[in-house]
Design a protein around this ligand. Sequence first.
Ligand code: FAD
Length: 696
Amino acid sequence: MRFAARFLILYGSQRGQAQSIAEEICQQAAEHGFTADISCLSNQHKYNVDREIRPVVFVVSTTGDGDPPDTAHKFVRKIKNKSLVHDHFSHLRYALLALGDTNYANFCNGGKTIDSRLQQLGAKHFYATGHADDGTGLEVVVDPWIEGLWDALKKIFSSMSSSNQQSADLSDCTQDNYHKNASGQEKNKSGLEVDLQLLKLSEVDSQKGKTITSDSSDVETLSTALVASLKQSVPPLSESVLNVPALPASYLEVCLEQVSTEGETVPSDKDGYREVSISKAVQLTQDDAVKNAILLELDISEQSIAYQPGDAFDILCPNRASEVEELLLRLDLQTQKNCAVQVNLLKNSTAKVPLHIPQSGSLQFILTWCLEIRSAPKKAFVRALADFTQNGSEKRRLLELCSKEGSADYNSFVRDTNVCLLDLLRAFPSCLPPLSLLFEHLPKLQPRAYSAASSSLQHPGKVHFVFNVVEFPACPEHPARTGLCTGWLADHVSSILRPLGTVPASEHLGTSSQPKVHVRPRPSSTFHLPADPSIPVVMVGPGTGVAPFIGFLQQREKEREANQEATFGETWLFFGCRHKDKDFLFRYELERFEHNGTLSHLIVCFSRDEPDAAGTVNTPTYVQHNLRLHAKNVASILLKNKGSLYVCGDAKNMAKDVNDTLLEIIGNELQIDKLDAMKIVAGLREEKRYLQDIWS
Ligand code: FAD
């Protein structure tokens, strides 16, 4: 539950007060069992509220004529962007402490501006906003506000981790801490007078979603206390007439036969998969790194599997035993898990039995190895589930989620939160679908691909790959969990996993005690080093995207040793990670390549390290910034020397940013407009001189 208690503090400070309060909160967090990350709002590369799923605590001061502090200007501009949709921040749970001075106009307006815009865009309070007055002493509000924060955080974390409390009433978060005194002013338990605003959420009749106060300026803040969740909708959706998709026709009939199929625990070697030993598992990152990267070495010597750097391998991974077990229990099929499954088409159906469901496999086997039970149920599946739901309000909610009107809710509570079938069954206890429905709708459990991070010239009979353990923190829709394959692999190799630089215990063990895995080569037709070694190459691979380039460079190192007379082109590697000392993958190997000339230029950047002692402001943060700094060289390699550009890693952000930077570099170099630069880049792709190996 490492992530369950982690939250983010963002401060906007003009004269340092908001900053020091934020730092105080950060310091106290540890005493209360939390881990807090902290950043100034101006450091936009250090946080991303667009996707933040941890609770966020804002501390914002006010300056001038009720303006946000200078350090918050960019942030305010960003959230005020008119193109943002009404639910843009629906994932965000936050608390805000606004600082101001009642001697000036527009008290606390810096914080209020941010607060009201976040609310407009669907963000939800997990703790009432505090408004502290420098005129009377900030501490009068700040201290009790911080005191109450810890309970509110505990509640939000526990509601995030408890799947049964998905519709937790966030307004509860403040109720215990404050009460009204006889004169109608609010006091906290220690008797200090606090701003009226602090009570707003607790004044809501959460059952009816109505506000007790009649002050119209309060209504906007208060109405958000009754929040939508996976289980519950709010008006207008809850009152809408729904357009739901047509019920998909059933086409399968599933019979369970009482033949014992016990012992069938792994898939057979069909489809080209081979079972190989994992001979080494090394943790490449420090324990306190944000992501946990692991290198695996597979022993492929007995399987005569050939590969080249740039190829990948498919790995078969099972669904979690605990999830399969829970699903069986939930469907009341626990006692039949070893039965053989017979799947037939219903009469008159023109569909086909899905090829990924084997005939006569046991129920447990099929749920473990054949069906992707973690995938977010498609709307058609949700529609079909509604028809097997007894409780009226649960059925209504499922219909809403698959309806045209409920599209935004489906995106927020199902698709974007990676909700799976089991999460839905937990949230809707009266839903009891038949097995045939699962077989009709659950997709095939796909293997996961990993790029080779080695060359067989350097590691004969072995292949390496490296992966980050994907983490999905707890949220109201589901408990914390790890990515299916990466989480399984991490567990699977835990007995042989060792930190970087330590002696491998596994070498003393026989291969019989090494964990095994089913793999299949997934050759790439293009992502290879140029056949002519004199051609210069530029490689861009932040994080685990460096994997294939380690293979390239190991290959080059060996080729250089074997052909000392040959001409080798320049090699550039642009690498990036968060912290130099925590997640600089393959650091020593890369430095060796640079030292012995295999790598002509190793260009690195660290996105979360503080700027150096000299206080350099424009330290490159991401690989594209370094590409820009070396624009002349990159352009010359691609445009004059017929070189190649390789990009590997995150498809969502990095690859796009690198592509944009490339257009910019080419545009500037050739003094052409964007459209013409795009044509040149398209040409590079066609000539296979701009190659991508990207994944999301
Ligand atoms: P899943 O349970 O499948 O969850 C993945 C889902 O989570 C996806 O929907 C994705 O959108 C989302 N997601 C992915 N990463 C994150 C994240 N960090 N935080 C939050 N959500 C996330 N991966 C490597 O680590 N190393 C490699 O060398 C590598 N090479 C690849 C080569 C190819 C050709 C391809 C196609 C993919 C490669 N991948 C690599 C990606 C890899 O195949 C898996 O997709 C990845 O490891 C996640 O698998 P999982 O089963 O653990 O996650």
